[in-house]
Design a binder for this molecule. Structure first.
Ligand code: G
Ligand code: G
Ligand code: NA
Ligand code: MN
Length: 251
């Protein structure tokens, strides 16, 4: 883990960049979107993943700033890829509770694209919707009015009630990779995931499977009617240059 001092210097030195992991339509295997994942380009230690810095940033109250610059840089990359003929239908970014409470969030919504592609905010299941945080609900309502989609991240891993999550009427649930991993070996785990997919179908909520590590996983999920697949079976998170090359090659 990095220290608070190092993190503050990294913010000042503009050392945070988005990596991108593609998502795939389970039926056609076309790229249906990318998830932006924050990385710290460290001068000595190379590319650092969020487990090395997210907690520190949260402790410093600076995670909203990271969220904001990852979104901004990701939008820039989407435009750049588009100029090269690479059209990605959806950009998903991770948004912390801190960022949802940020008064500057709504101000930047004008900068979001209104056509060409969709922007989705991934909210952690653990975000506290239950303790009467009306402003969170109000922020989410406003986001939706502006065309931002809402995805519940790590679904099935936290303690939030299904009722409180579904009250948000999210566009998608992302099934946590811990639930996805055992579906090729466990009938009961397979049924659990099938039930989540069924809930999604009956409520008109899309389902994304995370941590799809093998083609066996992919095939099981496709047969169950899961719409979107994300995981190492297809691609790891990668730099924007690598993502562009990957997308060019994929077809
Ligand atoms: O690939 P990976 O190690 O990047 O991601 C680990 C976790 O870090 C993700 O599950 C996600 O919840 C979190 N994360 C990644 N990027 C961001 C970001 O830009 N903002 C926030 N708030 N969380 C992120
Ligand atoms: O925000 P979220 O938790 O969804 O971020 C995805 C996290 O999962 C990132 O840390 C990413 O690097 C990781 N990840 C993506 N695909 C796979 C996979 O197939 N297997 C595993 N173990 N991790 C994955
Ligand atoms: Na995420
Ligand atoms: Mn997740």
């Amino acid at each position: 883990k990095q220290t608070a001092d190092e993190l503050l210097r990294a913010l000042e030195g503009d050392a945070f960049v988005p990596f991108f992991q593609p998502q795939f339509d389970a039926q056609t295997l076309a790229i249906s979107g990318v998830e932006a994942l924050a990385r710290w380009e460290h001068a000595e230690r190379g590319i650092l993943t969020p487990d090395k810095f997210l907690e520190v940033a949260e402790g410093l109250g600076r995670v909203a700033e990271i969220d904001a610059l990852i979104l901004e840089k990701s939008l820039f990359q989407m435009t750049r890829w588009g100029a090269h003929g690479i059209e990605i239908p959806k950009l998903s970014v991770n948004i912390s509770a801190q960022r949802l409470k940020d008064p500057k969030l709504l101000g930047m919504l004008g900068a979001l694209p209104t056509d060409g592609y969709t922007v989705a905010f991934e909210l952690l299941e653990s975000i506290s919707f239950e303790d009467q945080e009306e402003y969170l609900k109000a922020a989410i309502r406003l986001l939706k009015e502006r065309g931002v989609q809402v995805e519940i991240d790590d679904f099935g891993s936290g303690h939030a009630s299904i009722v409180s999550l579904l009250e948000l009427a999210p566009h998608r649930l992302k099934i946590d990779r811990k639930l996805v991993a055992p579906i090729d070996v466990s009938e009961s785990q397979r049924r659990l995931v099938a039930s989540i997919i069924e809930i999604g179908r009956s409520l008109g909520i899309g389902i994304v499977a995370e941590g799809v590590e093998t083609m066996t996983h992919a095939e099981i999920l496709r047969e169950m009617g899961c719409q979107t697949l994300q995981g190492y079976a297809f691609a790891r998170p990668m730099s924007s240059a690598d993502l562009m090359a990957f997308a060019e090659d994929w077809q």
